[in-house]
Design a protein around this ligand. Structure first.
Ligand code: ADP
Ligand code: AMP
Length: 215
């Protein structure tokens, strides 16, 4: 099975992806996490992506498509993949469809996580993440047991630079202009499943599982 989690930055895609990937036996592929790993490793791709990411705009489609297809085609993703943060433009969606079809594959569903701008802004400006294992926290909504420390591995939690309010505003603008048209794109292909992502983490997990029942 191949699923996409679609939604604005801060919708809770990363939080839900870990749970849904585990429940359905899928490999979680987050384009943002892969890009941050490329930056950390100081690769050519990481170097090319950094300025776009820091400004809160999208990395060019050709770079993203080849990066994501490389991961989707790896043996570890053969059983199925959960795409988080990709595709993010109509050109990426079309490129993905063509490349999947060339392998005899297709997307089974696209889960559209609906949540308004005020909620995602609150979520992003309170987000903390673990630089070691990637676990996501929120200072109010899902705090760690000990302030600033990862519950799982004990590492010091960090804030993403692009969660700073001015960059968050830019990322939301980019979302509405470039990513939101994917809702109509996938509705037109009859694989869109919209869920209310404004509830608690557990409520949203239940809504996504319900939307994907029978796939
Ligand atoms: P995305 O991957 O879509 O950018 P994240 O999963 O990183 O979003 O979540 C953004 C922030 O919102 C994190 O701090 C996370 O703990 C918090 N969060 C995620 N889901 C919920 C929810 N249902 N209710 C409240 N806060 C949430
Ligand atoms: P995320 O972790 O999903 O919030 O992504 C962080 C940043 O990485 C975004 O603001 C973009 O600059 C870049 N990025 C992640 N995924 C994509 C994508 N599919 N297309 C273009 N840029 C992306």
């Amino acid at each position: 099975m191949r699923l996409v989690l679609l939604g604005p930055p801060g919708a809770g895609k990363g939080t839900q992806a870990v749970r849904i990937a585990k429940a359905f036996g899928l490999l979680h592929l987050s384009s943002g996490d892969i890009l941050r790993a490329e930056r950390k490793a100081k690769t050519e791709l990481g170097r090319k992506a950094q300025d776009y990411m820091d400004r809160g705009v999208l990395v060019p489609d050709d770079l993203i498509l080849s990066m994501m297809m490389d991961h989707i085609a790896r043996p570890g993703a053969a059983q199925g993949a959960l795409l988080d943060g990709f595709p993010r433009t109509v050109a990426q969606a079309e490129g993905l469809d063509t490349r999947l079809a060339a392998r005899g594959w297709k997307l089974d569903a696209v889960v559209n996580m609906e949540v308004d701008d005020a909620d995602v802004t609150r979520r992003l400006t309170g987000r903390w993440s673990c630089p070691q294992d990637g676990r996501i926290y929120h200072e109010q909504f899902s705090p760690p047991a000990r302030k600033g420390i990862c519950d799982d591995c004990g590492a010091q939690l960090t804030r993403r630079k692009d969660d700073e309010p001015t960059v968050v505003r830019q990322r939301l603008e980019t979302y509405h202009a470039e990513t939101e048209p994917l809702v109509a794109y996938y509705r037109g292909r009859s694989i869109l499943k919209s869920v209310d992502a404004g509830g608690s983490v557990d409520q949203v997990t239940a809504a996504i599982k319900e939307a994907c029942r029978g796939l």
